[in-house]
Write a protein of this length. Sequence first.
Length: 297
Amino acid sequence: MNDTELLADRFEEHRGHLRAVAYRMLGSLAEAEDAVQETWLKLSRTDAGEIQNLGGWLTTVVGRICLDLLRSRTVRREDPLDDTFVPDPVIRPLTVTDPEQEVLRADSVGLALLVVLETLEPAERLAFVLHDMFAVPFDDIASILERSSAATRQLASRARRRVQGGTPSAEPDLGRQRQVVDAFLAASRAGDFEALLAVLHPDIVLRVDSGVLVGGAAVSKLVSGAKAVAEQALMFRQFAPLAQLALVNGEIGLLNAPDGQLQSVMGVTVVDGRIVAMYILADPERLAGLELPDATG
């Protein structure tokens, strides 16, 4: 095995970690993969013998790449990100027997948190993700941002307050999550408006991201309040019998994939036995890039 192959093997040991960092930074699975690949290219052009801590070096490099991507996004956008935006969901089978899959679930990040992360400035997001989620020292983050450690701490602190204020304390037990989602499905299939109201929090927020090409009733939208969300559920009740349970970002969610063709993914946030948030991705272009799990419930 030559030096390049040895270096590639060492890089592969860190790939999962780098993908996790990039996904939290970008909220896009495709962009995260691109960032990881660019990190490998930078490593392959570097004298690896001079790198004392490969894991730390790689984390710093992928963080810098993601920061540049976030900044370029901000420059390209004429308008702020739409309130209906839903980050790329990570879909896993509901019945998990593979220990590696269990680790992935335990390390997953909910859609509710990713939505809040999208509201942060690029530097805030980098400081929060690297420090609070991956324990990277502030001195290392400061070198990426070209700011002082004190300023970097302030960025992370500001981001932390936004995250804590915007992310509910979700039900951690998958069994209880499933009971609530099952009740929602049953009410939707039966067209039972009162049963839907019972399972939805009065202040629930529904985000539907259908992309820019879908119009009509299925257009992207932000819907607030149990009554309005229940009405939406009844409007699309014909799709309820097709829904399949799956893990969406580590939480119980729903897929609509007739004949194996993914048409929508719904993530939910359950708090105290009721659904407080729903996140539906129905953008055909983005759905085409998602991987459908082998088995769902």
